[in-house]
Design a protein around this ligand. Structure first.
Ligand SMILES: [Zn+2]
Length: 634
């Protein structure tokens, strides 16, 4: 899920490519009778859930007064409803994961695409059928809720429902809740769809590596920002922003509508206590305002460290300062040296390196990598029609994780492989825990994956033999420091200022540019030669409608994972047990409780975050030393 830093294919595709995965343990095919039978089961389940939903909906106005003794029949009905709902969701999700996996490896598979659309429709029906279930359990008194959770078959819903109940003071009458849910499809979410629509068709004038000009899509243009040639990056950045500027009014309208919708909905829900614009993001991240404040406070005091990383990167490129088009740049390519650097690692060897890194934490982790490979649960081919990016997915019924990458042998792809296998290990650790207690928040989602990347990085650094290898690894550390200590906080700064300004009226494109410029100035300071005033238009994250402030969880995850990694040295042989115990609780605890129980730290105080920043400081200092040493040789 770490989608910030993607890589660019840089080596011969045929020489190192990864294997195909084998999904036959889940279904033979979409056309198989097994798959068809499961669809039929889901459809009949939804029909009976719709009847249960209608019955629960008829009593929803009385929910606030439900009594476990007087309303014993309703209590029993709601328990059955919850169990049936969870079973239908599990099966539907199992089908959707399979269709999604098939489609990922072959985007032209029309049957899989049609099937996914069909399953999306079932999912919407299921959501509507069960709306009254969660509302009844949110509105009911504590005594009734306790009685509901006291049964063995419903105890597993306590944490997730408890999270919803915390927000019960914001609930609206059922007709209003229904109206918001109904209108948001063509209201709130349509704005996100418009953003995808415009950016999907956008053409950008860019200059390629060979110097020739061409018109390319936004994704292709964005990939040029990660090229080693500086003029190619600058040209791509200018081409992207010129193309975006044509639609400036539309992008501004989208941001204003999304923020305005959330503000209006927040006002409606403020009948009992005021709703703050950060509340939704805090709820989704399962953290308190105090913890967010502690994190952002430490990020603010650590800005200079991120800027130092950028200045050292500039020195290595032989320029005074990096430009806004350089923040995703790879280490400068030294003629000849790159060929011998850590690139073009055949898949088998790469997997062996990841395996050794995992086994250095615990033999069980190394064995897990072996079993993922042996069971055919890693997709790594280079193939036409595969969707870009990497992910890890889990089949809800078998609870088996599968990893998807496109592997061609570059170092960044080796990191991605370790990263995705980290997600898979997280799944494996939770395999016997009910799904309703396995749904972890964005703040914790990248714990295991980033941890795995760190472990791999340490192993590679300890074994690196050439200067090019050492610099390349240290460059990636420096880039992380700049991303998570400066770039992500600048996004948060912008979004906060925008949400504070928005209630006074719509914010035009010029003012959005000024807001973004100020936010970058605040965080990047003098470490860049200029700021990206169009960042509010180019970053998809600001235009997402399902989640707001989709930025701070990245910095949270980065520093949290480093804090977990620091425990490895402290605990020695006892580390792995603690680590797995922590991963197992990520779907059934708030982040503060999780950290207190498993790490013995208080996330609402700056100390924990400062200790993680101290680890980053060591990495940046190391990079600075390498850059200085290299300069003295030249
Ligand atoms: Zn991830």
């Amino acid at each position: 899920m770490r989608t910030i830093i993607d890589d660019v294919p840089s080596v011969d595709p045929d020489s190192a490519a990864g294997p195909a995965w084998d999904l036959s343990s889940e279904y033979p095919s979409i056309q198989s009778s097994e798959f068809r039978n499961d669809i039929a089961t889901v459809e009949s389940s939804i029909a009976s859930l719709e009847a249960m939903g209608a019955a629960a909906g008829a009593r929803i106005d009385e929910a606030a007064g439900f009594d476990p003794a007087v309303d014993a029949v309703t209590l029993a009905d709601l328990r059955r409803f919850a169990v049936a709902d969870a079973a239908a969701r599990e099966l539907l999700s199992n089908l959707a994961v399979y269709a999604g996996c098939v489609l990922s490896t072959d985007g032209s598979d029309a049957a899989a695409a049609a099937m996914r659309g069909f399953l999306d429709g079932l999912s919407a029906r299921l959501g509507a059928a069960s709306a009254s279930l969660s509302l009844a359990l949110t509105l009911c008194p504590a005594s009734f809720f306790e009685a509901f959770c006291s049964a063995p078959e419903t105890a597993r819903f306590r944490f997730a429902l408890g999270q919803e109940r915390k927000r019960r003071a914001r609930a609206l009458p059922l007709p209003a809740e229904r109206a918001i849910a109904t209108l948001s499809a063509d209201g709130l979410h349509a704005w996100g769809g418009l953003y995808d629509g415009i950016t999907g068709k956008l053409r950008c004038r860019v200059r390629g590596v060979d110097g020739s000009e061409s018109s390319v899509g936004l994704a292709k243009a964005a990939s040029l920002l990660k090229r080693p040639e500086r003029d190619v990056r600058e040209g791509a950045w200018r081409g992207i922003n010129a193309a975006l500027s044509v639609h400036a009014d539309s992008f501004a309208a989208i941001l204003n509508a999304i923020s305005g919708w959330r503000g209006s909905e927040g006002s409606l829900r403020s009948h009992t206590e005021p709703v703050h614009y950060l509340d939704g993001a805090l709820h989704q991240g399962r953290l308190s305002r105090a913890t967010l404040d502690a994190l952002t406070g430490v990020l603010r005091e650590s800005r200079e460290l991120g800027r130092r990383a950028l200045r050292a990167q500039a020195r290595l490129y032989g320029v005074d300062r990096l430009g806004p088009w350089d923040i995703l740049a790879p280490a400068p390519a030294d003629e000849g040296a790159r060929a011998s650097a850590i690139a073009n690692i055949p898949f088998e060897r790469g997997l062996g390196i990841v395996r050794r890194a995992y086994a250095s934490v615990d033999p069980a982790m190394g064995a897990f990598v072996d079993s993922m490979a042996a069971d055919g649960r890693i997709e790594g081919r280079v193939k036409d029609g595969k969707r870009p990016g990497a992910f890890c997915t889990e089949f809800p019924r078998s609870r088996r994780p599968f990893v998807y990458t496109t592997y061609q042998g570059a170092l960044s792809e080796l990191s991605t492989l370790a990263h995705e296998l980290g997600h898979a290990y997280h799944c494996e650790a939770m395999r016997d825990i009910p799904l309703s207690e396995s749904d972890y928040p964005m703040t914790l989602a990248e714990t295991a994956s980033t941890f795995a990347e760190t472990v791999l990085g340490e192993l590679l650094a300890s074994e690196a033999s050439t200067d090019a290898e050492i610099i390349e690894l240290a460059w990636s550390d420096a880039q992380d420091a700049a991303t998570f200590l400066v770039n992500i906080p600048a996004r948060f700064e912008f979004e906060s200022r925008f949400y504070e300004r928005r209630p006074a009226g719509p914010v035009g494109p010029d003012e959005l540019r000024a807001l973004m410029k100020d936010a970058w100035a605040e965080w990047y300071g003098d470490s860049l030669s200029g700021y990206d005033e169009w960042y509010w238009a180019s970053k998809l994250h600001f235009h997402k409608t399902g989640v707001s402030f989709y930025n701070f969880p990245y910095s949270f995850g980065y520093l949290f994972s480093l804090g977990v990694y620091a425990r490895r040295e402290e605990l020695g042989d006892r580390f792995h047990g603690t680590y797995v115990a922590m991963l197992r609780d990520t779907g059934r605890m708030e982040v503060e409780e999780l950290a207190a129980r498993h790490l013995g730290v208080d996330l609402s105080r700056p100390d924990f975050w400062r200790a993680s920043v101290a680890i980053v400081a060591k990495k940046v200092e190391r990079f600075e030393r390498l850059v200085t040493a290299k300069a003295s040789l030249e």
